[in-house]
Write a protein that binds this ligand. Structure first.
Ligand code: NAD
Length: 317
């Protein structure tokens, strides 16, 4: 009997999708990868190009361009399709356009018999993850958004750079909306188990303003990159691969994803960025950090902004 292999279906082979496919292939995470895009020629061209790299890949991956029928046997469907931010546009500006696109995409995927896990990256990611959950009818655990995985990575990189410590030894989360109302959880930020306030003690060169500026640079990073090169894609692509690995290899890894809150953090009926344990079944559980009062208030504001943006959109659908 043939051994069952992992299949990832990627919807949207634009900047983010094709960078994800490239990173996935380079890390040898899945045995099968099917590329689907409205622009069939782009997906076909990407499949050809990626296949030509196979002799240099760590493992064998079967890559082809396909259609929604191919999602029926997929373990994971990753959605990076839709409009991206233009210079000056916020992520929330994209909501109506992309929710409509998603209605069509998700109904085609479900019609294929898909019964796996959804991973969403298209913006505004928290709202579109909620939309996928609603449109698909799948359990909340099996619909995951990339949430603040990228913002958290940016935060860890910038803190590591500032303190001159390997970013992998910096543990600090950005939670909330993947967007302008996100917040840093300074109360739980640490370097090698030492809180940031302890680490900065007796270091005259470190000041609070610098730390605040680091957060602002995280929050506004997409604007800074889009001004320079029109889009952001490598960081998120690697974050999506990290999530794919956590899912397909049943890692129980804690990653900041857009997860459904059902009472956690005192919130209900919302997908938003929080740390969560991710494994082969999706989100095993949300990690509830003990936030201080300032953080609690900022998190509530973030939830409120998302809910206010979502309300009119879901009323019309
Ligand atoms: P892009 O324009 O390069 O690619 C979008 C792709 O979607 C295109 O290839 C297009 O043909 C395809 N598409 C559009 N409608 C479709 C449909 N109905 N069915 C199938 N395919 C369709 O955009 P991009 O730069 O790759 O960005 C994609 C999305 O990812 C945007 O919403 C962007 O804001 C988001 N993004 C998210 C993060 C994050 O952290 N979550 C980071 C960067 C970008």
């Amino acid at each position: 009997m043939l051994k069952r292999v992992n299949r990832v279906a990627l919807i949207g082979t634009g900047f983010v999708g094709s960078s994800y496919a490239f990173a996935l292939l380079n890390q040898g995470i899945t045995e099968e990868l099917v590329l689907i895009d409205l622009n069939k020629e782009k997906a076909e061209g990407d499949a050809m190009d990626l296949n030509h790299g196979l002799p240099f890949a760590p493992t064998r991956t079967q890559i082809w361009y396909g259609d929604y029928q191919d999602c029926g046997d997929a373990d994971l469907v990753v959605i990076t399709a839709g409009a991206n931010q233009k210079p000056g546009e916020t992520r929330l500006d994209l909501v109506e356009k992309n929710t409509k696109i998603f209605k069509g995409i998700v109904s085609e995927i479900m019609a294929s018999g898909f019964d796996g896990i959804f991973l969403v990256a298209t913006n505004p990611v928290d709202i579109l993850t909620y939309a996928v959950w609603k449109f698909s009818g799948l359990p909340k655990e099996r619909v995951i958004g990339s949430g603040t995985i990228l913002d958290t990575a940016r935060f860890r990189f910038l803190l590591g750079d500032y303190f001159d410590v390997d970013t992998r030894n910096v543990h600090a989360y950005i939670i909330g909306e993947h967007g302008d109302t996100e917040l840093p959880v300074w109360s739980h930020a640490d370097i090698a188990g030492t809180s940031i306030s302890e680490w900065t003690k007796n270091k005259d060169a470190v000041n609070k303003e610098d730390l605040n500026q680091i957060f602002l640079n995280v929050r506004d990073a997409a604007y800074h990159i889009i001004e320079r090169k029109g889009a952001t894609y490598y960081g998120i692509a690697m974050g999506l691969v990290r999530l794919t690995k956590a899912i397909l290899r049943n890692e129980n890894s804690v990653l900041t994803v857009s997860a459904y809150l059902n009472g956690e953090y005192g919130q209900n009926d919302i997908y938003i960025g929080v740390p969560a344990v991710v494994n082969r079944k999706g989100v095993r559980e949300v990690v509830e950090l003990e936030l201080n009062d300032v953080e609690k208030e900022k998190f509530s504001t973030s939830v409120k902004v998302l809910k206010e943006t979502m309300e009119p959109v879901f009323k019309n659908i």
